[in-house]
Design a protein around this ligand. Structure first.
Ligand code: HEC
Length: 104
């Protein structure tokens, strides 16, 4: 009996620890690679030419505009070729927008 309670307690602790864990550390430059942004956008001298280079995008667009262009590209360009990233998790969108906004 004692042993069971101990194991149960351990399980609860593990669950609590997992639930309380912060969003995984994200490196936004890494996200640009992983999400395929650089297939179409140049960044730090490398990448595609379909979209504009992202190196100074924060100087041209506000965080709200950046967020809209990720979640609803067509809201900004009716014929947008860029895919929507609305399927991303909130923390990924936040990390991306914060990072892009810092590129001035
Ligand atoms: C399939 C190619 C493609 C991919 C992948 C892509 N983009 Fe784009 N992006 C474009 C094009 C093309 C435009 C210009 C507007 C349009 O036609 O959609 C654009 C526009 C933008 C803009 C400017 C929007 C505006 O309103 O002026 C931002 C910011 C942007 N992209 C960021 C990103 C980020 C960040 C990613 C990755 C999460 C990404 N893009 C992935 C092609 C792409």
């Amino acid at each position: 009996m004692r042993k069971k309670v101990g194991l149960f307690g351990l399980g609860v602790c593990l669950l609590l620890a997992l639930a309380a864990a912060p969003a995984p550390e994200v490196s936004a430059p890494h996200l640009l690679q992983r999400l395929g942004c650089v297939a179409c956008h140049a960044f730090q001298g490398q990448g595609g030419k379909e979209g504009e280079a992202l190196d100074h995008i924060g100087a041209r667009l506000s965080p709200a505009e950046l967020e809209a262009s990720l979640l609803r590209p067509r809201s900004r360009h009716p014929q947008a070729k860029m895919p929507s990233y609305a399927h991303l998790r909130l923390w990924e969108i936040r990390a991306l927008v914060d990072y892009l906004a810092s590129l001035k």
